[in-house]
Ligand binder design. Sequence first.
Ligand SMILES: Cc1cc2nc3c(=O)[nH]c(=O)nc-3n(C[C@H](O)[C@H](O)[C@H](O)COP(=O)(O)O)c2cc1C
Length: 316
Amino acid sequence: MTDMDKDIRIIDIGTEIPDTKVELCGITLDNPVIPASGTFGYGYEFAELYDINCLGTFSFKGTTLEPRFGNDTPRIAECPSGMLNSVGLQNPGVDAVITDELPKLRKVFNKPVMANVSGFSIEEYAEVTRRLSESGSSDMIGWFEINISCPNVHGGGMSFGTDPAMAGEVVKAVRKVTDKPIIIKLSPNVTDIVSIAKSCEAEGADGVSLINTLMGMRFDLKTRKPILANVTGGLSGPAVLPVALRMVYQVANAVEIPVIGMGGISSAEDVLEMMMAGATAVEIGAANLVNPYASRDIIKALPEVMAGYGISTLRE
Ligand SMILES: Cc1cc2nc3c(=O)[nH]c(=O)nc-3n(C[C@H](O)[C@H](O)[C@H](O)COP(=O)(O)O)c2cc1C
């Protein structure tokens, strides 16, 4: 190879546009960036700000069988490098999601969406999934993300995500009512997240996503009482990134199914770090609440940041 050939080869690699595509349970995403459930509504609200078709996809608000008003206020508390929330799964209920929310989304989003399902019993998880699966909007749904990890509701939510056998039962029940990929959203509020991920995989989950929020609390020095009406809430934002990276790394090394990594991601660099930990795709939560354009800005920055680190394809 002459010196001139070497120069040409270097220039070729340098000008190649990095490939941000990833594959999630058989569906190709233009990029791995997915706004996380509870921080992006039902999508169309954000379509007023920018074209949300730039997203890999997004996970819609945690949906239950009945409408829920959520917990009493205050239900948000700021923290250094993060936030506590105790929203408590506020949503209009699955039937209204099918008749009102998804038709509005259809007008502005032409990619498969991730349907986030919450519940207070195994039957509820299965029934919400069944109704969405059999509805006229079913063609819009690419994946189900089953949230067995909400720390802000009593008698359900997180209790399914803290016991491997219970988590497996949820997977089994949901598996019976849909052929679409099932992603189980795991709780970080456990001592051994790997055993729960493995149980979900053994019962037929197509993927896992993690982490949901970490349980925490804050006090108001003047009133001497907890700031949140619910007393405790879930911590998210940059403060939790190292915990999320550690858990994604442990789970990705223990299961064969894809892992969606989330927790504290707020930049394209964080996306790459999460993928190095073993994530196939990533979700962005609290960052969307700080800056509603955060997910779009991260997607825009990703190719250049990849190029800067010599990464030509995310699949690698
Ligand atoms: C205000 C708020 C509401 C949330 N609601 C849901 C929800 O309905 N369903 C769910 O699975 N996760 C919910 N989450 C958890 C996020 O999807 C995500 O797992 C968590 O916030 C960690 O990511 P982050 O640090 O990027 O925010 C919520 C988070 C926040 C901050």
